[in-house]
Design a protein around this ligand. Structure first.
Ligand code: ADE
Length: 231
């Protein structure tokens, strides 16, 4: 089964619409919103995880524990950290770092989780190879680092810092936690995010996020659709 995890309902709706699948809601005793669908030769399971790293990790673990997940795809929107990337462009994560993990007091680099075997969580190489072939009309699709933290980035200084310090192309609030959970469980994953805002580099991140999240979510969904045809 291929797991598809989205933070927001708008992102989940966009991917279901793009794939044009009929979903079945799986009742659960808890708050988890799980749906399944068949898409070509793939059995898909969708989960809406909510916003932030803890929500993302809980829902990823629940998906892994409840279904036989072959690949996990996180799809949605992100803020752009690069002057070369604009609204609607898509960043496929080469790897992901939790930018708000700070144990620098003990000499660790910012983002390093203490006693963890890696600094950044790498997307699956086979999925990345497939993603590298994908193109969308009028927009770039690039592969690079994504950073995640429990912060909506809406400041030029912070955006420039995340870009220069981590060499990251995009920021969001769940990807690295999903990647972390997949790493611990040995599940291949990929994170695909379309850029809904400039993370405050133009001074209007929250406004642009609200305006553009649906349009841009459509771009990341389009990339997932193409990816599913390749795997
Ligand atoms: N998701 C979309 N835009 C974002 C931003 N600027 N910061 C964090 N998460 C985001």
């Amino acid at each position: 089964m291929i797991g598809i995890i989205c933070a927001m309902e708008e992102e989940l709706t966009s991917i279901v619409r793009n794939l044009d699948v009929t979903t079945s809601h799986i009742p659960s005793k808890s708050d988890f919103d799980v749906y399944t669908a068949r898409y070509g030769r793939h059995e898909l399971v969708f989960i809406l995880c909510g916003i932030g790293k803890v929500n993302a990790a809980i829902h990823t673990q629940m998906l892994i524990d409840s279904y036989s997940i072959e690949y996990l795809i996180n799809v949605g929107v992100a803020g752009s950290l690069s002057a070369d990337l604009t609204f609607g462009d898509v960043v496929v994560a080469s790897d992901l770092v939790e930018h708000d993990m700070d144990v620098s007091g003990f000499g660790l680099p910012l983002g390093q989780i203490p006693r963890m075997d890696v600094f950044a969580f790498k997307s699956d190489p086979i999925l990345l190879e497939c993603a590298d072939k994908i193109k969308i009309a009028n927009h770039k699709t690039v592969i690079g680092r994504i950073v995640s933290g429990d912060q909506f980035i809406d400041s030029k200084e912070k955006a420039e810092f995340l870009h220069s310090h981590f060499n990251a192309l995009a920021c969001e609030m769940e990807g690295a936690a999903i990647a972390h959970t997949c790493h611990v469980n040995n599940i291949p994953f990929i994170v695909i995010r379309a850029l809904s805002d400039m993370a405050g580099r133009d001074g209007v991140a929250a406004h642009s996020f609200e305006e553009l999240k649906n349009m841009t979510a459509n771009h990341s969904s389009n990339v997932v659709k193409q990816l599913l045809a390749l795997i």
